[in-house]
Ligand binder design. Sequence first.
Ligand code: DGL
Length: 259
Amino acid sequence: MIGIFDSGVGGMTVARAVEQFLPGYPILYLGDIARTPYGTKSAATIIEYSRNNVRFLLEQGATLIVIACNTASSVATQALRQEFSVPIFEVISPAVAEAAKASKNGRIGVIGTSATVRSAMYEKLLHEARPDCQVFQKACPLLVPLAEEGWLNRQESKMIIRRYLHPLKNQQIDTLVLGCTHYPLFAPLIQARIGKRVRLIDSSLATAAFLQTIFNERADWAKGLKTGGKNRFFVTDRTESVHKIAEMIFRRPMQLDLV
Ligand code: DGL
């Protein structure tokens, strides 16, 4: 089974994309709602929370982990790979590969949480993938609580997005990476603000497409991941807004089990 975790509902955008790109592979999802957001916390705390999440998913039967959180991907991937023997995938490299390919003028914007921006992981990997590129980063910490609250189309959210994107508007970027798995929930507002000529890169879709390629290339190995029960979704706290967002993302009634 594929174990997927995030600090909250954002990783559900990854889980949903995995369902679509890889039907037939059972998913175990954990949203650490009780401790969200991760993006404002220290690296040590993010690593500790991520470790707890992986342990839980392995106990439930996961044999492969997807860190469906850019914050944990940028800060905790190395520690998790050292500690656990199962394959661990992160969401940053697939988004970087897609952005490096998509950009024509090499001017790439990245928005993410404070921890993701501070880690400079996107900057580093984008420069490796495309040495001629210029990267413009902007932390947008308020978007995660707004998403968890379900304020996806509120005037207040529009104002905050406008403020956050302002410095990127003058940089002639042609590509913008949504470097937080919560941000696809605001994609229409972000696209409207940044302009339709800027291509948005959704790290959720990029990751699911990347996994699909790997699974196709290694079909025998991937077959083993098909065993297990049905999809299950766990949360460390259950609120009405989280339930609503889960149903909006998956477009069906959702059962969220409290752990
Ligand atoms: N969705 C996460 C990310 O991609 C988590 C954000 C947070 O908890 O701050 O960064």
